[in-house]
Design a protein around this ligand. Structure first.
Ligand SMILES: [Zn+2]
Length: 151
């Protein structure tokens, strides 16, 4: 028997985002592009921050006595962040190499149609009118107090 999925607010946020990405990017090609752009933007940002922090740290070393009030971030905080970011950058580089392989894959139009169909089943539009009507029907039982107010 399948376990009930967790309903905490973090998980709910994740399910919502997961479904949105299926709904808005329902083809193989769109998912390729989305994930490629997502890895690249993450890498660009992390690399830029790493470079910036390294520069800041070396400037501090050469300037020696900077007023401690000017230091919004401590040297230790910068060193620790640099360690973390360097391993993240290495992981992102590996993911990028794998993504490149996925990015090279081509899918026929017929299979893309299948992707669109399944995407609709997996992540139906929550604001879709048919679904709203269906939800209403489900929630209206004969002695529901809502129904008295509506009629
Ligand atoms: Zn959870």
């Amino acid at each position: 028997m399948a376990e009930e999925p967790c309903q905490c607010s973090d998980c709910q946020k994740f399910y919502k985002e997961h479904d949105r990405l299926i709904r808005e990017f329902p083809t193989f090609k769109q998912q390729q592009e989305l994930n490629w752009a997502s890895i690249q933007s993450f890498r660009t940002l992390c690399t830029k921050i790493t470079d910036d922090l390294q520069k800041e740290l070396s400037e501090r070393e050469s300037n020696g006595d900077i007023n401690s009030e000017e230091k919004h971030i401590s040297d230790l905080e910068i060193s620790e962040a640099l360690d973390e970011l360097e391993s993240v950058n290495a992981y992102l580089y590996s993911i990028e190499a794998l993504m490149e392989r996925i990015f090279d894959t081509k899918i026929s139009n017929n299979i893309e149609t299948k992707f669109r169909e399944i995407a609709k089943e997996l992540a139906p539009d929550p604001l879709n009118i048919d679904r709203l009507i269906l939800n209403r029907l489900f929630h209206q039982t004969p002695d529901s107090p809502d129904k008295k107010n509506i009629n």
